[in-house]
Design a protein around this ligand. Structure first.
Ligand code: ATP
Ligand SMILES: Nc1nc2c(ncn2[C@@H]2O[C@H](COP(=O)(O)O)[C@@H](O)[C@H]2O)c(=O)[nH]1
Length: 399
């Protein structure tokens, strides 16, 4: 850690708020990035609201941006730390998994949204401790064995992988459970939710709507697991174009005859649906092999061999079962603290002497952030230090 003096965030970034109209919320703070001051405060509906003000005092202009992403729920107080393209928000008096958030103000995702909506946009993204691996997108024609391979992976590595449960307007098959295999939904409801921006991607597949909600991907990240998406080629293309960094795998059948046999033997579709899926398969295989969407193509001839190859490309060969989760995954912020920033380290210093539950110094490392809106921000790391018993580990000059 460098010798730079600590900057007290609340002192540094309290912008000139004179003349700014604020809500009547309980907690508010400000952060400045570029020429904009962001006011983040409690709203009447119990959520944190955002108000944006350009720093141009002559114009006195106040912009209310379109706010995207799931908003954090209310809290007793908050601190805001401006980073390059987003603001780190630390919520006081919240549950451990609710304490760290990011308000993205100039990320690639936000800039894209601004361009397409033609308005000022900011986006919420919850912070997740640790560096869960990139999500895995698995595509391929119907009946090739995607679901079978994913089941094998989830069975062997239950604590490592989590399935992104898609929405679909198709009817459930005999053994399928709502909320487990899919969220089965009405077309009009899903269309409304698509309009409301709930989906990371969606597509019309074999005559029905299918889509991955942002929440489906966030749930897996919240559980500290690596997300697996089973989606068609159109969906994979959309995810590739989104800001969700993932590994893209296309599964190919050994032949069209074998694909037809698998679909017929599965016995879940009518003759008409089987023919439709087979017709679509030809184009999907063509696109899967020729487009530059996919990082890997896997041939699923012999199932066991294909599964071994899948494990190998995910770096799992030789791993017998899920390794134990390493490190602490939840931060426990003190009830009262001050916040300062040195390089990419956020220093959270307890100011309440009687707080026995938490260490009195927490150093949060934001240098390796990954992901973000739409979805969670991964890659946060922290170190909790008890400065009374252990010394300050070389960072005593900061407090
Ligand atoms: N390598 C394989 N050899 C023989 N049969 C297989 C192989 N892989 C999967 N199967 C069988 O093929 C059928 C289709 O597999 P699965 O349901 O996993 O396909 P899918 O790609 O997920 O299809 P969909 O996209 O329609 O959900 C299943 O009955 C499965 O048991
Ligand atoms: N674009 C998306 N495609 C999806 C999603 N969920 C599933 N799928 C694909 O649909 C077909 C058919 O699935 P089935 O369960 O009806 O056999 C298959 O290729 C899936 O990969 C999704 O959320 N988005």
């Amino acid at each position: 850690m460098g010798e730079a003096p600590a900057l007290l965030v609340d002192d540094l970034h309290e912008g000139p708020l004179n003349g700014l109209e604020l809500n009547n919320g309980t907690c508010k703070t400000t952060a400045t990035i570029g020429d904009k001051t962001y006011v983040i405060g409690g709203a009447d509906d119990g959520t944190l609201s955002i108000e944006v003000q350009n720093f141009d005092r002559n114009l006195g202009q106040c912009v209310h941006p379109t706010v995207q992403g799931t908003k954090p729920i209310s809290c007793k107080g908050l601190s805001a730390v401006p980073l390059e393209d987003r603001i780190l928000i630390l919520k006081k008096g919240s549950k451990p998994d609710e304490q760290i958030w990011f308000l993205e103000v100039d990320t690639q995702y936000v800039r894209r949204q601004q361009k397409s909506l033609g308005t000022e946009v900011v986006a919420w993204s919850k912070g997740v401790i640790g560096s869960a691996e990139k999500p895995v997108v698995i595509s391929g024609p119907s009946g090739v064995g995607k679901g079978t391979l994913i089941s094998m992976l989830m069975k062997e590595f239950p604590s490592m992988f989590g399935f992104s449960v898609s929405h679909t307007t198709r009817a459930p098959r005999g053994m399928e459970t709502d909320g487990v295999h899919y969220h089965f939904t009405e077309k009009t409801i899903m269309e409304k939710e698509i309009k409301d921006g709930k989906f990371l991607e969606f597509a019309n597949v074999h005559g029905n709507l299918y889509g991955t909600s942002v929440e489906a991907v966030e749930r897996v990240a919240d559980a500290g697991k690596r997300c697996i998406l089973d989606i068609d080629v159109q969906g994979a293309r959309s995810v590739r174009a989104s800001s969700l960094e993932a590994i893209f795998i296309f599964v190919c059948p050994p032949s069209m005859e074998e694909l037809e046999k698998r679909l017929r033997d599965r016995g879940t579709e009518t003759e008409e649906q089987i023919l439709k899926r087979l017709r679509n398969a030809e184009a999907e295989i063509e696109q899967g092999k020729s487009s530059n969407i996919f990082d890997f193509i896997l041939y699923n001839d012999n199932l066991e061999e294909c599964y071994e190859k899948l494990k190998k490309l995910l770096g799992l060969d030789g791993i017998v079962s899920s390794p134990p989760k390493s490190g602490l995954r939840e931060i426990n912020l003190p009830t009262d603290y001050s916040v300062s920033k040195v390089d990419n380290k956020i220093i959270i210093n307890s100011v309440s002497s009687g707080d026995k539950e938490s260490k009195n110094l927490i150093v949060l490392d934001v240098s390796l952030l990954k992901g973000g809106a739409p979805g969670r921000t991964r890659g946060l790391n922290f170190q909790a230090i008890d400065s009374f018993s252990n010394g300050l580990n070389g960072i005593h000059h900061l407090s």
